[in-house]
Design a protein around this ligand. Structure first.
Ligand SMILES: Cc1cc2nc3c(=O)[nH]c(=O)nc-3n(C[C@H](O)[C@H](O)[C@H](O)COP(=O)(O)OP(=O)(O)OC[C@H]3O[C@@H](n4cnc5c(N)ncnc54)[C@H](O)[C@@H]3O)c2cc1C
Length: 225
């Protein structure tokens, strides 16, 4: 994973959960465009952070990881999206479920919540492959340590360090029940990550009684991943 800060000459405030499209144009005119969620809080003026996972043989993520250097200029369009968004004024409780880089727009929501000093009850269930794959690990721990109503739940699906106290399997119905039960049916829910994780979690939460109209989803990767 790499995070990039983009200075925007015509900055406008985004809503947490929105994304930008980045378009790259090669010297021969070939173009590639991909979407990247905004990781930073809307309260930060003039610039945004994007966090990009290196996808094997991926055109745009490989360029950003291996060729982009500080000072480069990019063609961007945004902020985009009006559905997968949360503003502190909407209240909560806020249930966030993320897998891998799917945590990026959820991080924007948590950074926004902290910057707004909103103490809306919030929980993040975050699935990573291993301890070292946890994105924003220290910052998330710091947010959870503030004691302002945010609680963090990790699951590590491939390997766990000695003494690991979090979950150690893929997100499943029982895990979602454990994490969501305290909020009841009214939780405002955002699920983001690989398609399979998103679909399974949304179905499980609906079966657990959460109101479908309060469950919002965003899929990052191709189906089956
Ligand atoms: C709304 C939205 C927001 C997004 N936000 C982020 C973000 O914040 N951070 C981020 O890293 N990505 C994000 N993505 C995914 C991103 O847009 C690209 O799909 C991703 O970076 C891969 O692009 P690429 O050009 O490197 O790979 P491509 O050249 O498009 O694909 C190369 C190969 O990798 C597979 N592949 C493509 N995407 C993925 C993936 N996500 N996981 C696994 N395999 C994949 C393809 O099927 C193909 O086989 C977002 C997607 C959407 C729709």
């Amino acid at each position: 994973m790499k995070s990039f800060t983009l200075a925007l000459p015509r900055w406008m405030p985004h809503r947490a959960g929105q994304h930008y499209d980045i378009r790259l144009t090669a010297e021969d005119g070939y173009r590639a465009q991909r979407s990247y969620s905004i990781a930073s809080a809307p309260q930060r003026e003039g610039e945004i952070d994007l966090t990009v996972e290196l996808v094997e043989n991926g055109e745009v993520s490989t360029f950003l990881h291996q060729s982009a250097v500080a000072g480069d200029r990019f063609e961007v369009r945004g902020p985009i999206g009006g559905y997968f968004v949360w503003e502190a004024a909407q209240g909560g409780p806020l249930l966030l479920v993320g897998g891998g880089s799917g945590v990026v727009p959820l991080m924007s929501m948590l950074r926004h919540r902290a910057a707004a000093k909103a103490n809306v009850p919030a929980r993040l269930l975050y699935s990573s492959r291993s301890y070292d794959d946890i994105i924003y690990r220290d910052e998330l721990e710091g947010l959870a340590a503030r004691g302002d109503g945010f609680e963090l739940f990790h699951t590590l699906t491939r390997s766990q360090p000695a003494g690991w106290k979090g979950y150690a399997r893929r997100i499943d119905d029982r895990m979602l029940g454990d994490v969501s039960r305290v909020f009841g049916a009214k939780a405002m829910t955002f699920i983001c990550g690989p398609t399979a994780l998103v679909e399974n979690a949304a179905n499980a939460l609906t079966n657990l009684g959460l109101r479908p109209e309060r469950i919002r989803t965003e899929r990052f990767g191709p189906s089956g991943t």
